[in-house]
Write a protein that binds this ligand. Sequence first.
Ligand SMILES: NC(=O)c1ccc[n+]([C@@H]2O[C@H](COP(=O)([O-])OP(=O)(O)OC[C@H]3O[C@@H](n4cnc5c(N)ncnc54)[C@H](OP(=O)(O)O)[C@@H]3O)[C@@H](O)[C@H]2O)c1
Length: 748
Amino acid sequence: GRPQKHTVLRGAGVRWACSSRDATACAYGTATQLVGHRVHAILNSLSADFISAAFASLGESCFFEEIGKRSIWTVARGVASCATVSYTPVALDVDMTADPVWMQRTLRLLSRRAQTRVATSLPFASYDLETQSDMAFRLLQSGRNMGKVVLRVGTAQAVLGGGGGVRGSHVVVGGTNGLGLLTGRWLAQQGAQSVVLASRSGALAKDASAEWARIRQSGAFALVASCDSSQAADTRRLVARVQGESLRGVWHTAGVLADSLLAGQTSQALARVFAPKVHGAMSLHASLATSPLSACALFSSVASMLGGAGQANYSAANACLDALAACRRRHAQPGVSVQWGAWAEIGMASRGAASERMEAMEAAAGFGRIGLAQGLGALLKAVQPCAPPVVGMIPLDWKRYLGGGAPVPPFLSRFTPAAPAAASARVAGAATATTSLAAPAVSLEMVLEMARRTAGSNVDADAPLMEAGVDSLGAVELRNALQRAVGDGVVLPSTLIFDHPTARQLALFVQPAVEEEPTAQAVVAAQVGESAARIQGTSMRLPGGATSAAAAWRAFASSVDAVGQVPLERWDLAAAVATVKEPVASRIRHGAFIDGAALFDNGAFGVSPAEAAAMDPQQRLLLEHAYVALHGGGLDRAALSNSLTGVFVGIASTDYKEILAASPLAGSVYAATGWSLSIASGRISYLLGLQGPCMSFDTACSAALTATHTGLRALQANEASCSLVAGVNLMLLPGTGASFSTAGMTSA
Ligand SMILES: NC(=O)c1ccc[n+]([C@@H]2O[C@H](COP(=O)([O-])OP(=O)(O)OC[C@H]3O[C@@H](n4cnc5c(N)ncnc54)[C@H](OP(=O)(O)O)[C@@H]3O)[C@@H](O)[C@H]2O)c1
């Protein structure tokens, strides 16, 4: 299958995987991995040719359990092929009829194991039969599915809204105030039998009496309960209490704020925000594993979608809710995370002395506030089964939001109006500015408008901005707005608003001083300046088994020892050791090696088996990982073809050249390209139709670093629209390690 499928398998602990496209390649891959050994048991093979390939790998008195149904062998054919192998087709539907008691016991056992997570299922994608079956088939057609594609029967019926109204019992965690209380009242008025409003205090907020009276008038049984959602025991107790009463919906609205600029964020502030939201959601999720819910709504925030000044902790916590909702949906459980903008009349955004000023600032930036009826209407839509797992609800004045000069997230960048051509100017007096670079002019009027947006009201040009309502968060926002206005060529100090406290002083500071024609040198400097680059996607395979940056960091942090014995398939260790003296002999016994270096899904890249056999495994790894990294960055073949994407590869080992020279493949038409270092990068560009620069670097140990440096420079000089940077090193022969060791260049 595709390289990303291999990645999933490796994540599940599978050490070796080989092609499932071509029976010959599968047989070859299996034989390579077995290195002369035989397989003891086979559980399912693909049909037709794959069955004979599988038989060929079995030893004597071994087992072959065939789960497939189409184009499989009969038992007689299995016996005829190899009498000592027990070949048994397994058909669950037949077994179910023949021995229903055994089947029931087995399914119960499996279900218990799944619940306690002793057994985990393959990944699967699930769709509603009635509303999403076309999506399911499209996924199957594309061949991108991993594990099973499940169609859910009968879940598309909306339990909320529609003719029947709300049924059953509902729990609102965080339901004693703000949005939770409103949701509780709404559920009760829609026909819920019972509504449980839970929070730490287990007491309604001071001004909740009117809402409470409405709930009671609705006829629903209503209860206020005490539950700290961050405590797993509390949530388990709460769910157990309601479960017997036909629990149909869970609404997780518990949340607190602990805003602070990034430099002031502490682990305590992070824990404070994560506790009710993330730990609460996770323990609810665990407690609800066996509840047949109709709705599970998680109250997330616009901070997760767009970020929020001073809200790094809150943004991250809400992003966790979004991920959980997506995860529940993938596992065929109801779940939606609603990224709310600020609500107008109730809830945390409407409270506090700064609320009105915040509202004015938001309005200046294009954000409106959510009205009660508007919000409840959106909530009703969000919990419909066909709605996406993560929904954003933000009233926006698009023109103001996109055209106001505030940073626009990349997913909306296509809608931003084209920026006016930047006027050439210099920034006066900026000690930290790169004064040789051109910067657009920023007038006093522009500074005043930016300050008005930040403060939420008009600002006097000569009044201190801090007194006009710009607080420390606002100071950072205003400095960032000015930074965007003057462009990347000038770095404004982070203390800008404190050093130049009025709008006039700011405008003077950033206004052009001496008009000079930029010199040719300055233009070049601007072109190759230190503009920031963004990492879009990564893919890796490291000794020790790490296949992601997170796994690599975990391995470093926990001092995982990635050094081990030379794998059998690399070289004959005894022969290698016999050719050298101590201490070199001891040193070359061990090294850091990756698993499965020989595996390659040639079919996925349109490479013939003959060419794949002559290709340096380093080239194969580069192809697979380049594809996964680009794909992970949201770039597919169609998007990449003919693009100015550059390929920069650090590669130094030429072991495969020696291996090829000594093998029958030396005479292959593919031999020259097979070992060539320049082809290592060229092949990626060629296969994906990339038109940017394409280079391989052999600067020994610094090869990958050189590739990274050059890739970054190509971006900064506009020679490439995107840089694919890779480093690969496979030790396939002992020679290089032995000579480095002899020269005392290795650490042990
Ligand atoms: N209001 C908005 O404009 C807005 C915008 C975007 C997102 N949101 C999200 O919507 C949710 C509700 O916001 P809100 O404005 O209604 O907040 P709120 O008025 O402050 O109410 C929060 C509720 O959560 C409860 N709570 C806090 N910690 C808890 C815990 N550990 N366990 C159980 N309950 C806990 C509080 O009661 P106790 O203190 O008694 O526990 C209270 O009932 C929050 O998750 C918030 O992030 C709100």
